[in-house]
Design a protein around this ligand. Structure first.
Ligand code: S3P
Length: 436
């Protein structure tokens, strides 16, 4: 675990410049896993050098996969083939990463050997039955005390395909089932209540595995092979999100964010901010590595509160901390509903944001599945990120427009998804540093 780190963010701006945010976390995890199971060598470019994705690489290395780092942001994965992983007597540490643990649970369910997946303090509190229950329906045996990590995955279980309708929209659960489906007899079919990010489906197709998918639905059968493929990872929209909000709320700002991934299952915040009156343009839209990418140009604008359309929630599930900051300084009321999943992220994000914003004098009322936020001015103050990377970065943004310094406790986990955030932020006009 990283050493304790506290930040202070001071009023500053305007924000100016062009910022390249790090590679997409979801795509980086998946590229490692599919590369590991493929025949041949896959070259990943734009790889996120975050603690989460490095933890996944370390787990795969433990399982006998050779992964080289020819340069920062690159990995050469020497695939061992679908049945080439070797068991490890040691526990497999997923760190802070829910994506790593849940996807690996599916991948490991079909192996001949036993594995134990563990995580850090935050991950050890996150619900795992959402993956272990449907995997058990496929024939997997995974023991999980109280539905929480560690996960003990028993090897040597014959898996069979199932048709499963997800009770909650979750790309992690869908992906776990599809990865187990690679090892299952017959068809594995996943139906979602609302479409979620489809990177696993797209990447399986790119690696040559026959798969049928459309928004909200995916189907594959076991018994094929994965062919090594080079992967170009786009910049992470979720990391760009902090700068979209920051430039929107700081007068005089203009930021350019090149080559950001614009998969429609990720860009709900773009729509939400535009509904609030934000000035964000997408330029040079193009395809890169099978994913839509574009350059984002964001300028300051007066934001107003909105009733957030519930249909946008899954498409911006990681962006609510940033949205809450925008809402807290917008004119009028913002209402968020249908977002109960926020309570089981790296922290309870509804509670973390409500408590933090209240400490800065904002008017916010928590509801079981969202919040009601009345925009106004923010004061300086002290908040706790609860070790949640996105809470820490969101309050760094709040500090730009607060009446005084915002002290943010427990920020080391920013390195899980956004290494170099402080430098990038200060480079465009933030005043963000370590607390004395
Ligand atoms: C992810 C899916 C989402 C998201 C997470 C990454 C993925 O989680 O919050 O940051 O890569 O599949 P859920 O599947 O729990 O919604």
């Amino acid at each position: 675990m990283s050493a304790r780190l506290d930040w202070r963010s001071r009023p500053a701006g305007p924000l100016r410049g062009s910022l390249r945010v790090p590679g997409d976390k979801s795509v980086s995890h998946r590229a490692l896993m599919l590369g590991a199971l493929a025949d041949g060598r896959s070259h990943i470019r734009g790889f996120l050098e975050g603690e989460d994705t490095r933890a996944t690489a370390a787990v795969l290395a433990r399982l006998g996969v050779r992964i080289e780092t020819p340069a920062e942001g690159e990995r050469l994965v020497h695939g061992v083939g679908l049945h080439g992983l070797r068991g490890s007597a040691q526990t497999l540490d997923c760190g802070n990463a829910g994506t790593g643990m849940r996807l690996l649970a599916g991948l490991l369910a079909g192996q001949a050997f036993d594995s134990t997946l563990v995580g850090d303090e935050s991950l050890s509190k996150r619900p795992m039955r959402r993956v272990t229950e449907p995997l058990a329906l496929m024939g997997a045996r995974i023991d999980t005390p109280d539905g929480l990590p560690p996960l003990q995955v028993r090897g040597g279980q014959p898996l069979h395909g199932i048709r499963y309708t997800l009770p909650v929209a979750s790309a992690q659960v869908k992906s776990a089932l599809l990865l187990a489906g690679l090892y299952a007899q017959g068809e594995t079919e996943v139906i979602e209540p609302h479409p979620t990010r489809d990177y696993t489906e797209r990447m399986l197709a790119a690696f040559g595995w026959p798969i049928v998918f459309s928004p909200g639905h995916a189907k594959l059968s076991g018994g094929h092979a994965l062919r090594a493929t080079d992967v170009e990872v786009p910049a992470d929209f979720s990391s760009a999100a902090f700068f979209l909000v920051a430039a929107s709320i700081v007068p005089g700002s203009e930021l350019r964010l090149p080559a950001v991934g614009l998969n429609p299952r990720r860009t709900g915040l773009l729509q939400a901010l535009r509904l609030m009156g934000a000035d964000i343009r997408v330029e040079h839209e193009r395809e890169s590595g099978g994913e839509p990418v574009g350059d984002l140009l964001v300028r300051h604008a007066e934001l107003r509160g909105i009733e957030l359309p519930e249909a946008l929630v899954p498409d911006m599930i990681d962006e609510f901390p940033a949205l809450f900051i925008a809402a807290a300084v917008a004119k009028g009321r913002t209402v968020v509903r249908g977002a109960a999943e926020l309570r089981v992220k790296e922290s309870d994000r509804i509670a973390s944001m409500a408590n933090g914003l209240k400490a800065l004098g904002a008017r916010i009322e928590e509801t079981p599945d969202g919040a009601i936020i009345d925009g106004g001015a923010l004061s300086g103050g002290a908040i706790d990120s609860h070790g949640d990377h996105r809470i820490a970065m969101s309050f760094a943004v709040a500090g730009l427009v607060a009446g005084g310094e915002v002290a943010i406790a427990d920020c080391a986990n920013v390195a899980t998804s956004f290494p170099g955030f402080t430098e990038l932020a200060n480079g465009c006009g933030f005043d963000l540093g370590e607390a004395a």
